[in-house]
Write a protein that binds this ligand. Structure first.
Ligand SMILES: Cc1cc2nc3c(=O)[nH]c(=O)nc-3n(C[C@H](O)[C@H](O)[C@H](O)COP(=O)(O)OP(=O)(O)OC[C@H]3O[C@@H](n4cnc5c(N)ncnc54)[C@H](O)[C@@H]3O)c2cc1C
Length: 418
């Protein structure tokens, strides 16, 4: 189809926002529909009454090598809202024996950092890093532990925590090929591409609010609280969209970007195959002011917490693939995770600060070989309907980078660029 006159983007998560921005910048009329009371989807900030401050629904780590995310950030002019260590520095603590080390990949692509005991993981040998090359030959059916030695120190202290964080799936079930691709884009690309980018205030302030402001400036019609209930199809095209209390006719030159989560899309689109198995992420937030020279974050192995982030007045824990924890009461999780946080940041265990536990049961789809096969492509059999979302076939796991790539791709498809 030729460049559409007007596009309805359904879902104002990062995929929908990235699509909307690209279309609006190209001069297309955009109507953005979001069911929830606020935009941002799984990447948002809000005021937490217990903590008495704004928090993010979950810690999100962006890396300097996330090219689509950086392009998006530049489109909305929010680069200056990010902070961080400014170089690829990853401090770790092993809770089993209290050992600490700092992973410090060198900037360039040639990984000479593995030669330096002060830059690589404590207790590992330079040759053990060569094991990562097996991932590059992984079959689509292979899981991470098929190709990496799960009994090795390097696995326990680096490959396993990286695989769980990247895939939000246990390494024993997660796709080896997808983990290999992510390793190539991060550690394999050199430290220059692994510099953490941390929102100074929050996810909404860095990724969502400036996007909405830019869209408004471009004349986009943003409808918050607008839930799509059904799609009317007419032969090979979408003819109408049904929202609560209103029906929107789709004119000949109109198109739709469906950027809702994978649990919602198959209810709206007939015969759509999409990932249908999920993994939880549990976050714990503790209200405590830290000194500005404390680490930005600490990776923990051998504990329950996995990553602890220092935010203004808050220490925030992330546990990925956390289905084993998600049904445990918050009152049990808070002290359990706090013990890891206190050890990581050298704080007393008593008293535990004011806390909040946030559980996202369906944080992302499970990046297993079988689920990856269920990811649909952008185009559909309807000429004016395209899909976006971290669960579509982006080639990378369900992440900010993946969601934004999918939104850019959906817009490019409608603009006739691909
Ligand atoms: C706790 C947590 C931690 C995470 N950590 C990281 C991380 O460290 N790094 C990283 O890169 N990624 C991380 N992610 C993943 C990342 O947040 C997601 O991949 C990304 O935000 C998904 O964006 P999306 O636009 O595809 O989907 P969503 O954000 O789910 O957006 C979909 C939108 O559609 C709306 N919607 C649903 N149904 C309808 C309807 N019928 N009509 C209209 N609107 C509808 C929803 O309300 C939502 O706003 C994390 C996710 C979670 C939950």
């Amino acid at each position: 189809m030729s460049q559409p006159h007007r596009v309805h983007v359904v879902g104002a998560g990062l995929a929908g926002l990235a699509a909307s921005l690209t279309l609006a910048e190209a001069g297309v009329g955009v109507v953005l529909h979001e069911a929830a009371p606020q935009a941002g989807g799984r990447c948002r900030s809000y005021l937490d009454a217990t903590l008495g401050c704004r928090i993010d629904n979950g810690n999100h780590l962006l890396l300097s090598g996330n090219r689509a995310a950086k392009r998006y950030v530049d489109m909305i002019g929010s680069r200056s809202t990010f902070t961080g260590p400014g170089e690829a520095i990853y401090p770790f603590l092993d809770r089993q024996n209290g050992e600490r080390w700092t992973l410090r990949p060198n900037a360039g692509k040639l990984p000479w950092w593995v030669l330096s005991p002060s830059r690589r993981v404590k207790g590992t040998h330079v040759f053990s890093y060569l094991s990562a090359r097996h991932l590059l030959k992984a079959s689509p059916e292979a899981v991470v532990t098929d190709l990496l030695d799960a009994g090795s120190v390097l696995y326990r202290r680096l490959w396993q925590p990286m695989a769980i964080a990247a895939l939000n799936t246990e390494a024993e079930l997660g796709s080896a090929r997808m983990f290999g691709d992510i390793l190539q884009e991060t550690l394999g690309a050199g430290g220059r591409d692994c510099v953490p980018m941390i929102p100074r205030e929050g996810l909404s302030e860095s990724m969502v609010d400036p996007a909405l402001a830019r869209l408004r400036a471009k004349g986009a019609d943003i409808r918050i609280g607008s839930r799509l209930r059904g799609i009317g199809f007419d032969n090979d095209r979408v003819a109408s969209l049904d929202f609560d209390g209103s029906t929107e006719a789709i004119e000949a030159n109109d198109a739709i970007v469906l950027a809702v989560p994978s649990a919602v899309a198959p209810r709206l689109v007939p015969d759509l195959t999409a990932p249908d198995e999920y993994r939880a992420i549990v976050n714990a937030h503790y209200r405590i002011a830290m000194r500005g020279d404390a680490p930005w974050f600490v990776g923990i192995v051998g504990g329950t917490a996995e990553w602890v982030f220092r935010k203004p007045d808050i220490l925030s824990v992330t546990v990925s693939a956390a289905d084993r924890l998600v049904d445990r009461p918050a009152e049990e999780l808070a002290p359990l995770l706090w013990r890891d946080v206190a050890a990581a940041f050298g704080l007393p265990e008593d008293p535990m600060p004011v806390w909040q536990i946030v559980k996202e049961k369906r944080a992302t789809f499970a990046a297993t070989p079988d689920q990856i096969k269920r990811r649909p492509s952008t185009a559909t059999r309807w000429s004016n309907l395209v899909l976006a979302g971290d669960w579509t076939d982006t080639g990378i796991p369900a992440t900010i980078e993946g969601a934004i790539r999918s939104g850019f791709k959906a817009a490019a498809r409608l603009l006739g660029h691909i």
